[in-house]
Design a binder for this molecule. Structure first.
Ligand SMILES: NC(=O)c1ccc[n+]([C@@H]2O[C@H](COP(=O)([O-])OP(=O)(O)OC[C@H]3O[C@@H](n4cnc5c(N)ncnc54)[C@H](OP(=O)(O)O)[C@@H]3O)[C@@H](O)[C@H]2O)c1
Length: 237
């Protein structure tokens, strides 16, 4: 963390689900958080406070994104970037369309790469940190989620390579790999998380992993975390 009383964090996908739980965790760690999402009017969206700034932006509009972030970067020393926003479309690969494939590649891979590039010099100066919310799908074969799994494999590969590139500057980079987590993520799928807490993670489980990564002692870096529920079971809609 930087020595500012309220170090600045950028978090994508802050408007609900796992991101909303990460917002609460970052605020409890003393960060001021700029959280990006398209719609903060949802029931579980965190509300604006002195230290939480909801930013309504579509991440696929990368021109608007950089127009917002470049001036912010001049005003605040950003010491933490959490790439959490993600989108998944599932089913037989031939049933996806180019718009869905493009959206997954943009949101899940291209935007984390762009944001990392934008903030990396600052993070090197501040000995800051990037946390990428990937997925267990990054490490396995994903029939009915071939493109989604490939985007997460790319994000995890990017994450570990960038750590090796930037570690000598004191930058810490972590990929977190959750299994199925209760959120609105599977709204486009023909399956969802099982209701039993033994069979799925909670957004708070992932947020607690984020806390562990941030509070690790100086000199020790948690580069990867995989989180799985005790039991493997999902719910067919
Ligand atoms: N849920 C799971 O089982 C699970 C498992 C492993 C990994 N993950 C990963 O965890 C991350 C968070 O997922 P979640 O479960 O919390 O899903 P979620 O409830 O669907 O939340 C996704 C977040 O990403 C934001 N987002 C998506 N597309 C965006 C865009 N074009 N522009 C701006 N914001 C955008 C959404 O904001 P708006 O809706 O306001 O646009 C929302 O805040 C994702 O990267 C996902 O791949 C989830």
């Amino acid at each position: 963390m930087s020595s500012e009383p309220h170090p600045t964090a950028i978090l994508t996908g802050a408007s609900g689900g796992i991101g909303a739980a990460i917002v609460a965790e970052l605020l409890s760690l003393g960060y001021q958080v700029y959280g990006i999402g398209r719609d903060f009017s949802k029931k579980d969206s965190p509300k604006a406070t002195e230290f939480f700034h909801p930013v309504e932006l579509d991440l696929t509009d990368t021109a608007a994104l950089t127009d917002y972030l470049v001036p912010l970067q001049k005003k605040h020393a950003v010491s933490l970037l959490v790439n959490n926003a993600g989108v998944g479309y599932f089913g037989l690969h031939e049933e996806l369309n180019s718009r869905k494939i493009h959206e997954m590649v943009m949101v899940n891979v291209e935007v984390p790469m762009l944001l990392s590039q934008l903030f990396l010099r600052d993070l090197k100066q501040l000995r800051g940190q990037i946390i990428n919310i990937s997925s267990v799908t990054a490490h396995k074969s994903n029939p009915h989620g071939c493109a989604y799994g490939a985007t997460k494999a790319a994000l995890s590969s990017f994450s570990s390579s960038l750590f090796d590139e930037a570690r000598k500057y004191g930058v810490r980079i972590t990929g977190i790999h959750p299994d199925m987590t209760v959120s609105n993520f599977y709204r486009n799928a023909d399956f969802d998380t099982d209701g039993d807490v033994q069979c799925s993670l909670t957004p708070q489980d992932v947020a607690s992993a984020v806390r562990s990564v941030i509070t690790a002692r100086d000199g020790m870096v948690i580069t990867d975390i995989t989180l799985k529920p005790q039991l493997h079971r999902l719910h067919r809609k």
